[in-house]
Design a protein around this ligand. Structure first.
Ligand code: HEC
Ligand code: HEC
Length: 266
């Protein structure tokens, strides 16, 4: 075979091969796009879970199950099947969630059942109206709540618990709930639970607490950090940032539970 002929044959094979690869990739493109969308939605839901833990659990409960007298469940059958008709909302449920979260709720529509934080019953969340959340955070938290739908409709037996599951029969478990309800999460990061950045990360605090102040056990140091934050100020942080009022706003029992929980962070 002549060299030129060989080059023509090789060239043709190469072109045909490239075309075949393009066709195969082209056929797989819709599937790839669909996979990508599922992946994106999963990431959004996970992000929404962290937004929820930081901002919503103190009223709607640690698992979005609601708290009697305070705020409704966002994961029950009634919420997914009847709620938007009840309030006369014309569009879909996800839009309803985005809308309510964006503007907040001045007065509860069910004041005999849920009083929330008083007036407003639920604060405005959108930064457009002076709240703390960006649009993408609000969309993510709505995606997170929508994630409960198949479970609420009984289509699947359980949902993967994206939120940390707590055992409220133990002091540590109750302490984790107090941590969220007292708003400690707004300033302190604990991996998998909260994302606050104003105060020190509390991962490992159960260990380092024993060596923070000479003469204080880990338990005594954490107790002091909560009720008298200025007694010892962690290096690199300003004094007076952490509220000085927890001794009055929390009960002895809540403080003991909080300490039990923080001691588990080794
Ligand atoms: C201060 C307490 C409080 C906090 C914090 C709070 N909510 Fe609410 N939320 C309420 C109350 C009270 C209602 C009104 C219930 C009613 O109108 O019957 C409500 C209503 C809602 C509704 C509509 C529920 C329905 O059945 O109509 C959604 C959705 C919602 N909240 C999501 C959130 C999200 C997401 C967060 C966190 C970003 C959040 N809430 C934080 C108290 C709170
Ligand atoms: C407004 C922000 C803010 C809130 C809310 C807050 N803290 Fe703090 N916290 C800080 C800052 C800032 C420091 C570091 C300065 C200091 O030591 O006072 C700190 C320090 C601590 C320390 C010492 C950490 C270490 O590494 O030694 C502990 C423990 C602690 N906080 C627990 C809590 C608990 C529990 C709550 C809720 C009851 C809470 N904090 C609420 C800002 C906050």
């Amino acid at each position: 075979m002549k060299r030129v002929q060989l080059e023509i044959i090789l060239g043709t094979v190469f072109v045909l091969l490239s075309a075949a690869i393009m066709i195969v990739l082209g056929i797989r493109e819709p599937q790839r796009l669909a996979d990508y969308e599922v992946q994106q939605r999963a990431e959004e839901i996970e992000f929404g879970a962290s937004v929820f833990v930081t901002n919503c659990t103190r009223c709607h409960g640690t698992q979005a199950q609601g708290i009697t007298g305070i705020a409704p469940s966002l994961r029950d059958n009634h919420f997914f099947t009847q709620r938007i008709a009840e309030v006369g909302w014309g569009a879909g449920l996800e839009d309803y969630i985005v809308s309510v979260v964006t503007t907040g709720r001045q007065v509860s529509t069910r004041p005999q059942l849920y009083v929330g934080g008083g007036t407003p019953a639920m604060p405005t969340w959108s930064e457009k109206f002076g709240g703390p959340l960006r649009d993408d955070q609000i969309r993510a938290v709505a995606a997170f709540i929508m994630n409960f739908e198949p479970y609420a409709l009984g289509q699947v037996p359980t949902v993967e618990p994206l939120l940390p599951v707590v055992d409220e029969s133990t002091p540590e478990g109750r302490g984790q709930v107090v941590f969220l309800q007292a708003g400690c999460n707004a300033c302190h990061t604990i991996s998998g639970l909260s994302t606050g950045t104003i105060g020190p990360v509390l991962d490992g605090v159960g260990l380092r607490a024993a060596t923070r102040v000479e003469g204080l056990t880990a338990e005594e140091y954490i107790h002091q950090s909560i009720i008298e934050p200025s007694a010892y100020v962690v290096e690199g942080y300003a004094d007076g940032l952490m509220p000085q009022t927890f001794a009055e706003t929390l009960t002895e029992e809540q403080i003991a539970d909080l300490i039990a929980f923080l001691l588990t962070l080794q």
